[in-house]
Design a protein around this ligand. Structure first.
Ligand SMILES: [Zn+2]
Length: 267
């Protein structure tokens, strides 16, 4: 899944050849630079927006592409996120287990089950639904911010159990080598295991909510470049449907969820 990387490289090739039709602030060559400012979330619209230019920065192209490859690894589209059910990394967070389930005639059947992340009921896996934690419509920017936090591109890090585990996994992998992180998604290296409903219900300490929705310098530069290349919608689709934003819920817990599940600003 190189949705973002291929789109980025196509735009980059146009920019480098001088045929990218835009008031470019990106210099040609190996180094990307952009002079737009800090990106912060717009509280009224729940959007990450370009704020008053206050910071200039540079991000080497290979570093930018490295981040984009990591974003791709956590991406799905609206037509493919359901496949996460069979994805080994997803199943590390939300394991399937064989259990004896009771039927009406007091007989039990040994079935593949999974646990609702919210209420904890154990159901046949076929009855679990794939929930967008931040809603598909209206929650896209928050989903982007979640993934930016995992990649240390925000002022404050993540607090939820899944994003914290991914954050630690990327950090640990990067200490090994620049591409060791790929193993998070191949053999689940650096991950610590299942997320249980009890963890989900623990209320996160408040922390600095604004900091979790404010991109740091590398994050600002990367995000500004992606917007500059017209990739904002693609980024939203890829990450709202991605592994950081999808969890299994029973139909009762999934029903009636909507924009009220947006976290920023708190509602
Ligand atoms: Zn439930």
């Amino acid at each position: 899944m190189a949705y973002l990387e291929s789109a980025f490289k196509a735009k980059w090739a146009l920019a480098a050849s001088g045929s990218f039709n835009s008031p470019s602030t990106i210099s040609r060559g190996r180094v990307v630079s952009i002079d737009q400012g800090v990106l912060t979330i717009n509280k009224a619209k729940s959007e990450i927006t370009l704020a008053t230019p206050t910071v200039e920065g540079m991000l080497p192209l290979d570093i930018a592409i490295g981040y984009i490859q990591k974003l791709d690894a956590m991406s799905r589209k609206s037509t493919t996120y359901a496949d996460l059910k069979n994805y080994s990394t997803f199943n590390t967070f939300y394991p399937r287990e064989m259990k004896n389930l009771l039927y009406f005639n007091n007989e039990t059947k040994n079935e593949v089950t999974r646990t609702c992340t919210n209420c904890g009921v154990v159901l046949p896996d076929r009855l679990l639904q794939m929930d967008h934690q931040r809603p598909k419509i209206g929650g896209q920017i928050e989903a982007v911010a979640k993934v930016m936090r995992i990649l240390q591109l925000t002022v404050e890090g993540p607090r939820g159990p899944k994003c914290t585990q991914l954050y630690n996994a990327f950090e640990e992998a990067d200490r090994h080598s620049s591409n060791a992180w790929i193993r998070i998604f191949t053999d689940q290296s650096f991950l610590t295991g299942a997320i249980r409903p009890t963890q989900m219900r623990v209320t996160s300490p408040p922390g600095n909510m604004d900091g979790r929705y404010t991109l740091n310098n590398p994050g600002s530069i990367l995000y500004a470049i992606l917007l500059h290349f017209g990739m904002g919608d693609l980024l939203n689709i890829c990450l709202v449907n991605g592994i950081a934003n999808i969890r299994p819920l029973c139909s009762a817990c999934n029903g009636g969820r909507s924009n009220k599940d947006r976290k920023y600003p708190p509602v």
